[in-house]
Design a protein around this ligand. Sequence first.
Ligand SMILES: Cc1cc2nc3c(=O)[nH]c(=O)nc-3n(C[C@H](O)[C@H](O)[C@H](O)COP(=O)(O)OP(=O)(O)OC[C@H]3O[C@@H](n4cnc5c(N)ncnc54)[C@H](O)[C@@H]3O)c2cc1C
Length: 333
Amino acid sequence: MTAALAASWSATMRYAREAADHFWCAVEDRCPGTLPEREAAVFLAAFGRLVSGGDDPAGRAALSAVLGRACRRYRLLPHLLTVEAALVATVSRHARWTPELAGAWVGAARRATAAVSRAAEQAGDGPPWWPAQVVDHDRAADGIAVVTARPWRRLAFRPGQALPVCTERRPGRWRWYSPANAPRPDGTVELHVRAVAAVSRTLVHRVRPGDRIWLGPPRSIGLTLDPASNADLLLVAGGTGLAPLRALVEQVAALGRRGYRTDDVDALLHRLVYELGERTRLLDDTRGENDRIKRALRAWQAEVREADGARAPEAVPDSPSRPGPDGRRAAVR
Ligand SMILES: Cc1cc2nc3c(=O)[nH]c(=O)nc-3n(C[C@H](O)[C@H](O)[C@H](O)COP(=O)(O)OP(=O)(O)OC[C@H]3O[C@@H](n4cnc5c(N)ncnc54)[C@H](O)[C@@H]3O)c2cc1C
């Protein structure tokens, strides 16, 4: 039935505008004044995608994060049965409808709203997404783009966080990306994207200045720094994993508490961007590269601990950041 759900959702999205109108009317009819009409298309695309499947766990988490926020923001949480029914009624207009397919949509919609309800509990308040205009698109290297977008409304985030991102060329497909900059006065957000498959290839090869993308609520991924801390930092990354670390370097530089001179930081940031391009040319297997970095870091940890006569080394975790020896912090991306 998974294939049937995906096929019927593709059929529905061929009439995306009409489907959004129908969905919005069905929700508005039963719960007036909740979902704004102008947000119905983004909401429907995400909800239909979550229900029909096709994304990996990180993609589903991104969908649940934006939909959880949206349901809080638009006071839809008490009306999820109506939202489910509106989605099923919308798809039934465009797909070759059978009792089996209807049953599959009803069951999958119920599971999806359960996930959205759970996500909503942790989603916090605020907008579910920020429309943003792509203002610059630079091919840093083969298969890598630096995409700069300006949100229409200011988007507050902390260096080292990640955001769900969706392009209007791939409606409903949300992926996590880490801003490569600390918040700027002009509000722009820089994404370093490596072309892997659907969304990333679109961001690298098709998106152009002037296009619209949506940025979702920022989330901490264990990389944020305590601004009060003066501990040393060891930042290790491969490929586009450099993005959040560049944001951290900008944050540290802006705090101006470590004796860095602006020239030094500029030179370091220049080198980071250079590395982003150069490493991608040399190594087409980022995962292999990450493993090599982790092995090198384990060896380094062991050496430092041996030198300190400290306890046996811990394994470098898959989670990206934890305090290292002597309170130093190592970020592995
Ligand atoms: C917290 C977080 C932050 C992220 N930040 C960035 C970022 O700053 N820049 C960036 O380019 N990507 C980043 N990613 C990865 C990004 O979210 C997408 O997974 C990636 O762009 C692929 O999406 P897609 O739609 O093109 O491919 P999909 O259709 O989602 O994936 C296709 C397959 O490729 C695999 N895959 C995903 N990423 C890679 C990869 N890098 N190398 C090899 N295989 C992969 C997936 O597991 C899946 O099996 C981040 C992911 C997370 C979880």
